[in-house]
Design a protein around this ligand. Structure first.
Ligand code: UDP
Length: 236
């Protein structure tokens, strides 16, 4: 059982039944799964994406500057964090949203000390705004945050149950990796589960990542308990 884990959720995972935006039913389901982790006294940090509303790389163009588009993407993560922390609380999972972009009126500013204080009180910390700078994704922000908060493991919750050598949705014969080294994950072009900047940062600092399917009940808790679900990407 790990002491502290970081769960990376993409915005898309919050849209649930909808084409975009926030599905409170899906968020409540996620709350139940997160609760199974905190029940065992493992602290949980969530880095939330924003792709259900906006992704900078897609939005930029036609006059919208990339920096503006990325700022909009970061604002999207804030909308998710606010709603997700509310649903967590309503589901009996104490939680606080913190943001890395300044928005005092809507979400408390992230500080290292504030995050640790919430965690020590048994609250899930939902972090918005990525790193707070453009040209980055919430995957890279997740690795940076896991390092900053000394998380034992990053759980990257995905649509499929691990890392494959090809997209298993398009290729029925794709093979799943049970284990990969961080170095392999950086070097292999077929490993695209997180952006390379994120994996390279993890590799530099020997930060373990576990990739597993979000929508399998008990998967997050199993990952946080050190059980072999999904694909483990670690130093050896
Ligand atoms: N973003 C950014 N800096 C960060 C994190 C995110 O500029 O540190 C922007 C970027 O435009 C990104 C968007 O916010 O596309 C939403 O994040 P992401 O695409 O990682 O969300 P996800 O795909 O996980 O839902």
């Amino acid at each position: 059982m790990y002491k502290r884990v970081l769960v990376k959720l993409s915005g898309e995972q919050l849209q649930g039944r909808f084409e975009s935006g926030f599905d409170a039913e899906r968020a409540a389901w996620i709350a139940k799964e997160i609760n199974k982790i905190t029940d065992h006294d493992t602290q949980v940090v969530v880095m939330i994406g924003g792709g259900n509303y906006a992704r900078g790389a897609q939005l930029a163009g036609g006059g919208v500057q990339r920096v503006s588009a990325d700022n909009i993407g970061m604002l999207a993560t804030m909308m998710n964090a606010i709603a997700l922390a509310d649903v967590f609380e309503a589901s009996g999972v104490p939680a606080r949203a913190l943001t890395n972009i300044k928005a005092d009126q809507v979400v408390d500013q992230f500080t290292h000390r504030r995050a640790l204080s919430h965690l020590s009180k048994g609250r899930v910390v939902v972090v918005a705004g990525g790193i707070g700078r453009p040209y980055l994704t919430t995957d890279t922000a997740a690795v940076s945050l896991a390092l900053e908060l000394e998380c034992d493991l990053i759980i990257k919750a995905t649509k499929v149950d691990g890392v494959y050598d090809a997209d298993p949705v398009s290729y029925g014969d794709a093979t799943k990796y049970d284990k990969l080294t961080l170095q392999e994950a950086v070097e292999r072009p077929d490993v695209r589960v997180m952006d390379k900047a994120a994996i390279a940062l993890a590799a530099d600092h020997k930060q373990a990542i576990l990739v597993c399917k979000l929508l399998t009940e008990g998967n997050l808790a199993a990952a946080a308990a050190g059980e072999p679900v999904g694909t483990v990407i670690s130093v050896s």
